[in-house]
Design a protein around this ligand. Sequence first.
Ligand SMILES: [Fe+2]
Ligand SMILES: [Fe+2]
Length: 195
Amino acid sequence: MPTISDAITKDHRELEHYYNEVVNNSGNHDHQQRYGNQFTWELARHSVGEELVVYPAFEKHLGAKGKEMAEHDRKEHHQVKELLKVFQGMKSTDEDYVAKLKEIWGPLSKHMKEEEEGDMPALEDKLSSAQGQSESMATAFSYTKAFVPSRSHPSAGEHPPFETVMGLLTAPIDHIADLFRKFPQETISPNPSTK
Ligand SMILES: [Fe+2]
Ligand SMILES: [Fe+2]
């Protein structure tokens, strides 16, 4: 059974893969569009999944320090979501398509590194007191990701329950819109509930 850290790290590596597919395939606009769409889809869901499942766990298990970590991470998410909101509306034939993705990648890669090297080990340390706690959080994280928006909708502070309510409202609209976007495997969207 994967732990919550495993689940987070796996998503981060996938995002890195999608990013590289866009950046390293200049000229192949169809390929770049598919992977750019996949990047948006994964990053939007990953971010809200963390806001709903992981950051509240920092606050619950790590006291004042955890609250600080959660606030810091929510601010960074907000910054990235504002950039993603622009990128998701762009076409791969746009002159600054790759430049915009690189603009996202700067703060995002730093944020993911902090999560992997600082935040998640601190949380795992606390979760280890109860057997299976981290694994059940990983399950909650993957279920949550199936029901959240798949486009960026920056909100005031990225705090639940606002994220939860907005997610319930916007997710179905995003998921229908995905049907008309191209993704790497198919011409229709990957079904979020299968991943
Ligand atoms: Fe994050
Ligand atoms: Fe993350």
